[in-house]
Design a protein around this ligand. Structure first.
Ligand SMILES: Cc1ncc(COP(=O)(O)O)c(C=O)c1O
Length: 393
């Protein structure tokens, strides 16, 4: 997107922000870790929030169905998926939605499967409810592409004690967009072995050109029978700090578990988050289209920059989201150890997310957030490629 330059505030203005991304490092560090984007808020969302502030409208979230209807409208427009608004439950955020749903599904000691390398908090959430993570790494195809490993998932589902699977759809940090065929096969296996599937779809609005997001609950009756989907505007429209998300079901059986969530869950949700999320789903399409185009530009730019300055770094452009999973293992002559992010923070003053949080699969990897201006991306790769960073002085 050519106008993107003007879309992102200058670094000095971004450094005024008080969110985690901008307050976790000193000013000489270029921060590309935490999953926040640098783009300014969509105007319809900013307007709704300003109006609420002007009214001093900062109380509790109201028990209305507006958010459910807004998600219903968005899901139909974006993905041709029809949700029943009566099957949408408002929760504080996706993390709480997943933890509280899992709490109703698992007993202490049960296993919950996941496919590393995957969003680090998945394993924290599983442990938080007294279950243990059952790691079923993504398969690696002969061309290096990563996909769900359906054979290994079947073995994990068949094992005694595995009661649920945490699906990342689209997948963070690889930006994989799972196909209808894969999801249908997954649902069939889960149903066969009585395993519940919790599909985290938070990155879905940021599916990039060339890929088509498939909502898990849309693929089959088997998916609906044992499936839960988690949706939020917090990644797509950058609203993470406002705290509102949803749990969606499409069959009475999983809905019964969601009905058992605390009746207070609505009051634990941010009122401003609910207002902003409604605005995002109802009036945020144009802004989102611009951002998707900016991210599409950035994922290509990152590929070009790496080819030019750091050809030994492995990178597969993601098909969704603003995260790049960088493979630093084959730097000839470098000895950055298992944690290139720690090395680069010290020598290049660029903050990436360490791959180590993603388990054994993340050794030698780092995650880069390209939801920023192209200039920031260029500066980050240039800093990393500078001789002193390369040598580790
Ligand atoms: C896959 C995934 N799920 C959940 C979250 C966190 O969402 P929330 O802040 O709504 O808990 C993130 C944040 O980056 C994420 O990438």
């Amino acid at each position: 997107m050519t106008a993107q330059k003007h879309l992102v505030p200058p670094l000095a203005a971004l450094r005024e922000r008080r969110s985690a991304k901008w307050r976790s490092h000193p000013a000489d560090v270029l921060p590309l870790p935490v999953a926040e984007m640098d783009f300014p808020l969509a105007e319809p969302i900013a307007r709704v929030l300003r109006e609420a502030i002007d009214r001093s409208d900062t109380g509790y979230a109201a028990p209305t169905r507006e958010l459910a209807h807004a998600l219903h409208g968005y899901a139909r427009r974006a993905w041709g998926w029809t949700i029943d608004p009566d099957h949408v439950r408002t929760v504080t955020d996706v993390g709480i939605g997943i933890v509280e749903t899992l709490r109703r599904l698992v007993s202490p000691g049960d296993g919950v499967a996941l496919s590393p390398p995957v969003y680090e908090p998945f394993s924290w959430w599983i442990r938080e409810v007294g279950a243990h993570p059952v790691e079923v790494p993504l398969a690696t195809l002969p061309d290096g592409e990563r996909r769900l490993d359906l054979n290994a998932l079947e073995q994990a589902f068949a094992a005694p004690g595995t009661v649920a699977y945490l699906l990342c759809n689209p997948h963070n940090p690889l930006g994989l967009v799972h196909s209808r065929q894969e999801l249908t096969a997954l649902a069939e296996l889960a149903d066969r072995y009585g395993v519940h599937v919790l599909s985290d779809e938070i990155h879905a609005p940021l599916t990039l050109p060339g890929a088509a997001f498939v909502p898990y609950l849309s693929v089959s009756g088997a998916a609906r029978h044992r499936g839960f989907a988690f949706h939020s505007a917090s990644k797509g429209w950058n609203l993470a700090g406002l705290k509102a998300a949803t749990v969606v079901t499409a069959d009475p059986a999983p809905k019964r578990y969601v009905d058992r969530l605390s009746p207070h869950s609505l009051f634990r949700t941010g009122h401003l988050g609910v207002l902003a999320t409604i605005a995002a789903f109802e009036e945020g399409d144009a802004w989102l289209a611009e951002i998707v185009s900016a991210l599409d530009h950035n994922r290509r730019l990152l590929g070009e920059l790496l080819t030019r300055h750091l050809p030994a770094v492995g990178y597969r452009p993601p098909r969704a989201g603003f995260l790049a999973w960088l493979d630093f293992r084959h730097f000839s002559g470098q000895s950055w150890g298992d944690d290139p992010a720690a090395h680069l923070l010290k020598t290049a003053r660029v903050a990436l997310t360490s791959g180590l949080g993603y388990g054994a699969e993340g050794r030698g990897f780092a995650r880069l957030n390209f939801g920023c201006a192209p200039e920031t991306l260029t500066e980050a790769v240039t800093r990393i490629a500078e001789p002193h960073a390369m040598l580790g002085s």
